[in-house]
Design a protein around this ligand. Structure first.
Ligand SMILES: Nc1ncnc2c1ncn2[C@@H]1O[C@H](COP(=O)(O)OP(=O)(O)OP(=O)(O)O)[C@@H](O)[C@H]1O
Ligand SMILES: O=C(O)[C@H](O)COP(=O)(O)O
Length: 395
């Protein structure tokens, strides 16, 4: 696995695929700069070697050239974070871009315009990838968030850099963190899967059963398991067609010696709103007209005890409807438990869209070992898939 340390970038132009697909508000200000901050070590290492950096990224899902998706909106933020002037150019291929790249001096940074202004990017077009490849001497992929896309700049381009391609430090760190959970982590290994739907997590569950000692199934998806075993779940969300699969997962877990933990009680609400009436009920006895919206106190205690026993912890998906303050308690307590276990030496990885949002919202970001910058890329990694962006560097 080639990393930045295998190259000396002195007088070299590094063409770096970053994932600067960051959220913007209506004034086009970056509201979460994590992905930019996370790419900084790679960029700084190259500049310190005496190289220059050509940064390429997508932003959103534009249809052609659309100003609202222009990367010029984030250039000053990138500049602030890097502490280095960031030059911009109004395109990502063509004569102006080639001239801007050619005139780049060691120590300088150039940010190209949104790659997805060209449909060739997502189509994985080889000619487009080749045009991009001409801009730099060494290709560095540091875009973990987009590593599950076989796009021109993430995957196809790598074939034009035989022996001159490597992982950036963010991508290397993401791979290492996933490997720690899936392959090399100290036992006992625990995965906590929450969120709304079983259907979106099935492949992960099936893959992970071979890797973990404990599996907590929480959040909305727990109710499919509860109902499948004969529990009364009131109006709680449930995928009836997935109940046979839920039973099969429980059977597989038994065969594989994986201990499954499902909530034993729940905060039930009489309405899906923050000011609904609530009561704590047994998970198998949710009254009609009420729905489970958060883990109950006994479940929180049960999950805390499991977390504290484990040395490697993966967390994907909230334990309740954490967006509503009244139903965020279970997710917050789980975050506290993971933070405590991490402090005692466990390795903890948080990944996936909503759990990362929850971790940031409740201030656990620096209390866990690693927070992934990938949403879909993280989920596909947990499914056991080889991500095309990663494979392209290894080839
Ligand atoms: N008991 C519940 N009833 C209804 N919705 C729930 C419940 N528990 C959690 N959720 C909802 O699940 C959603 C998150 O589910 P999702 O599967 O998307 O999570 P994730 O794995 O963190 O994110 P992603 O799949 O986007 O990476 C949240 O919006 C949350 O409100
Ligand atoms: O935010 C993400 O998950 C990545 O930047 C990939 O974006 P996409 O889902 O539009 O390909």
């Amino acid at each position: 696995m080639k990393t930045l340390n295998d190259f000396n970038f002195e007088n070299k132009k590094a063409l770096i695929r970053v994932d600067f697909n960051v959220p913007l508000n209506d004034k086009f200000e970056v509201t979460d700069a994590t992905r930019i901050v996370s790419a900084k070590p790679t960029i700084i290492k190259i500049l310190e070697d005496g190289g220059s950096c050509i940064l390429m990224s997508h932003l959103g899902r534009p249809k052609g050239f659309q100003d609202e998706f222009s990367l010029k909106h984030i250039a000053s933020k990138v500049e602030d974070i890097l502490g280095v002037e960031v030059k911009t150019v109004a395109d990502c291929v063509g004569a102006d871009v080639e001239a801007a790249a050619a005139s780049l001096e060691p120590g300088q940074v150039l940010l190209l315009e949104n790659l997805r202004f060209y449909k060739e990017e997502t189509a994985g077009d080889k000619d487009f990838a080749e045009k991009l490849s001409k801009l730099g001497d060494i290709y560095v992929n540091d875009a973990f968030g987009t590593a599950h896309r076989a796009h021109a700049s993430t995957t196809i381009i790598a074939q034009f850099f035989n022996g001159k391609k490597c992982f950036g430090s963010l991508l290397a760190q993401e791979i290492e963190s996933i490997n720690k959970v899936m392959e090399t982590g100290e036992k006992p290994v625990l995965a906590i899967l929450g969120g709304a739907k079983v259907s979106s997590k099935i492949t992960i569950i099936e893959n992970i059963l071979d890797k973990v000692d404990h599996l907590i199934i929480g959040g909305g998806m727990a109710f499919t398991f509860v109902k499948a075993q004969g529990g009364k779940i009131g109006n709680s969300i449930c995928e009836d067609d997935k109940m046979p699969l839920a039973l099969d997962i429980l059977k597989q877990a038994k065969e594989k010696n994986v201990q499954i933990h499902i909530p034993v009680d729940t905060v039930a609400a009489d309405d899906f709103s923050n000011d609904a009436n609530t009561q704590i009920v047994d998970i198998n006895e949710i009254p009609d007209g009420w729905e489970g919206v958060d883990a109950g106190p006994k479940s929180r205690k049960q999950f805390h005890d499991v977390v504290m026993q484990c040395k490697t912890i993966l967390w994907n998906g909230p334990l309740g409807v954490f967006e509503m303050e009244s139903f965020a308690g279970g997710t917050i307590e789980l975050g506290n438990s993971i933070a405590e276990a991490t402090k005692k030496g466990a390795f903890s990885l948080v990944g996936g869209g909503d759990s990362v949002a929850a971790v940031k919202q409740f201030g656990f970001e620096h209390k866990v070992s690693y927070v992934s910058t990938g949403g879909g890329a993280m989920l596909e990694s947990l499914e056991g898939k080889t991500l095309p962006g990663i494979a392209a560097i290894l080839e």
